[in-house]
Design a protein around this ligand. Structure first.
Ligand code: 5AD
Ligand code: SF4
Length: 435
């Protein structure tokens, strides 16, 4: 009989994909089958994030729950970014943890799973050409890694320390994976990397056709049957004109882009070592809107970065006003180990950071509401992927907005034109206008 695997995934899309790879490897090579009941599992995994202090704290509270509720003899494994940065400290702190596997070592899951107190966290490991077994948590949409690691030195960010230096995956492997997904019915892929548009700067051992991200988009879009390409995340610095032209002209590339701002203040961007100015960011967003009029732009913003003055924050609010983001992921700065900014002396008091975050989010909600309301009366192409309660089916517009219509199972996996009739802050509601 198969053993049972329970896996909890924290963090970003990269982690979701790493979890899929772990599920596939353990299923194919170690006869584990997925369960959503932790109490039934023979192996409990937590795939962790360390980008802020909060998800790290969550790791230890979750392990406490696992220890109490697991069935007799069940193993506990810690994987992902916190595994990379804390390593064997996790086992010292909680000896009940059986093994620790870093974010750069996913392909070694079948090696560590049966080795008591194994710790595999090397950030030098190259798995860019490793042939992972296949598993996808979403039948209609495939996540596809295009690079691993990150070469940037943003002074707030722990990721280069947890995921190591950046290596691109050869385009032949990426295309094969996209073809495999499409042949199983997928119409949409999301290309994943810490800095997708830095693609091609350095490869591991494999040969690649595409030498940069623009070429990769062209290559992937030639896959027959593939209808939609998304990617996350590009870096504002590498958004050159050639890339923007491809983004605008390639009919399979969705008019949605995540452009992480971090701060609107040029002076703070310098301290963050982001490599661009407020003006460059505004110029890129302006250009995208000119080329793709209905584009949806989302962003990440950190408030309370060391040294952030009222004027710096006013610059961030100014960018919010000028770009009018569709979606905002906003965070209070959280000092992280192995980062330069954690040592800066001018840390911002928590009350000030909290107040700024509240103001930023409140203004963003107003803008988001206006954007969503402006869709009423428009027709959107929606790719349906999930059944909801009350006879509703949910999908996404090309711009990535969640949309619901009345309908049933037959809609799943289909792209339909929907006339938008109603909008909430996060969801559009409408009717299919033609079949
Ligand atoms: N504190 C707060 N937010 C952070 N991020 C990265 N590092 C930190 C940190 N130390 C945010 C950035 C990044 C997103 C994934 O998380 O905005 O784009
Ligand atoms: Fe993803 Fe960064 Fe969290 Fe790692 S630390 S899981 S790369 S968000």
């Amino acid at each position: 009989m198969s053993k049972k695997l329970y896996i909890e995934t924290l963090g970003c899309a990269m982690n979701v994909r790493d979890s899929e790879h772990i599920i596939a490897e353990l299923g194919e090579k170690k006869d584990y089958e997925l369960t959503d009941k932790m109490e039934d599992a023979d192996l409990i995994l937590i795939n962790t994030c360390s980008v802020r202090e909060k998800p790290v704290a969550k790791l230890f509270s979750e392990i406490g729950v696992f220890k109490k509720k697991r069935k007799d003899g069940a193993k506990i494994g810690v994987t992902g970014c916190t595994a990379s940065h804390l390593g064997e400290e996790i086992i010292k702190r909680v000896p009940e943890v059986d093994f620790v596997l870093g974010a750069r070592n996913v392909s070694k899951i079948t090696q560590v799973v049966d080795t008591h107190h194994a710790v595999e966290i090397s950030t030098e490991h190259d798995e860019t050409t490793y042939d992972f077994s296949d598993y996808r948590s979403n039948r209609y949409k495939a996540l596809v890694n295009i690079s691993i690691g990150c070469d940037k030195q943003c002074t707030f960010c722990i990721v280069p320390a947890t995921r190591g230096e950046e290596l691109s995956i050869p385009s032949s492997i990426i295309v094969k994976e996209v073809e495999r997904a499409v042949s199983s019915g997928v119409k949409e892929v999301v290309l994943l990397g810490q800095n997708v548009n830095n693609y091609g700067r350095r490869f591991g051992s494999g040969e690649s056709g595409a030498k940069n991200f623009t070429e990769l988009l062209r290559e992937v879009s030639q896959v027959d049957g593939l209808e939609r390409i998304r990617f996350t995340s590009p870096h504002p610095l590498h958004m050159d004109d050639e890339f923007l032209q491809e983004f605008a002209d390639n009919p399979k590339v969705c008019p949605q882009i995540h452009v992480p701002l971090q701060s609107g203040s040029t002076q703070l961007l310098k301290r963050m070592k982001r490599g661009y100015s407020k003006e460059w960011f505004l110029d890129r967003c302006h250009k995208i809107r000119q080329m793709v009029p209905n584009v949806a732009i989302s962003t990440d913003i950190i408030v309370g970065f060391p040294g952030e003055s009222d004027e710096d924050f006013a610059d961030t609010m100014d960018v919010l006003e000028k770009v009018r983001f569709d979606q905002l992921f906003s965070f209070k700065y959280s000092p992280r180990p192995h980062t330069a900014a954690a040592e800066y002396e001018d840390q911002v008091p928590d009350e000030i950071a909290s107040e700024r975050l509240t103001r930023l989010q409140a203004r963003h909600r107003e803008i988001q509401d206006e954007i969503m309301q402006s869709r009423i009366g428009e027709t959107e192409e929606v790719y349906f992927e999930e059944l909801k309660s009350g006879g509703k089916v949910a999908g996404r517009t090309a711009t990535g907005r969640l949309t619901m219509v009345d309908g049933s199972e037959e809609l799943l996996g289909q792209i339909k034109d929907v006339k938008i009739e109603k909008a909430s802050l996060t969801t559009l509601f409408g009717k299919i206008i033609k079949s």
